[in-house]
Design a protein. Structure first.
Length: 212
């Protein structure tokens, strides 16, 4: 865990733009953990809890991240909760004073979950969020640390550009729905497709009570 002087030094090294924070739960092998690799390379800072007002990437959130969140992300920072998908629960993402946002549908390129929708590694999640709010150079620099990093942009280039062009969460949802309808073959077998589609529709239906 970085102390205050080290934290400030690392944040300063990131520049005046995007600040990324990692809340690490230690579920995975530290040597293979993508979020800790970002910390080691000075692209993120490990913290015990999300800073107040920061944007937390939360797969259970109703509202997807959009370009409209750029000002908040740059002002308050972006937080990734680094935990194993096998142990993820809504409780892990609760943070007083933070702003929850989910990532819209994207396809994983990491070796563990390659080709699966939503199952991004922590590094992929941060890169996707950075790209969506317009920090494309940071996103590409971040994933250049990984052998499969370029593949992530190959798999998701069209979607990422469309999400970045969307200015509101409502526009992001529209892009997401269009992709679901037109590219279902990317989800694998029919059984998996139906399972994932149900999951996606449940997510999308849940936003009817949220803001746009």
């Amino acid at each position: 865990m970085a102390g205050a002087p080290a934290l400030l030094k690392t944040v300063a090294a990131m520049g005046a733009g995007l600040r990324v924070y990692v809340v690490h739960y230690g579920h995975d092998d530290p040597a293979k953990d993508t979020a800790l690799k970002l910390v080691r390379h000075g692209l993120a800072v490990e913290v015990r809890r999300p800073p107040r007002g920061s944007v937390v990437l939360d797969p259970y959130a109703a509202i997807p991240l959009s370009g409209g969140d750029r000002g908040l992300v740059l002002a308050r920072g972006l937080v990734v909760i680094d935990a194993s998908w096998r142990k993820v629960t809504p409780r892990l993402f609760r943070a007083r004073g933070a702003v929850p946002r989910r990532l819209p549908l994207l396809i994983a390129a990491n070796p563990v979950n390659y080709g699966r929708p939503y199952r991004l590694s922590s590094a992929e999640a941060v890169a996707a969020a950075a790209y969506i709010v317009g920090e494309v150079e940071y996103a590409r620099r971040l994933l250049s640390l990984f052998k499969w990093g370029a593949t992530f942009f190959e798999l998701n280039g069209e979607l990422l550009r469309a999400y970045m062009a969307a200015r509101t969460s409502g526009e992001v949802r529209a892009v997401e729905c269009e992709f679901i309808v037109s590219k279902l073959e990317l989800f694998g077998s029919t059984a998996e497709c139906l399972e994932r589609l149900e999951e996606v529709l449940n997510r999308l239906l849940s936003v009817s009570k949220g803001g746009g």
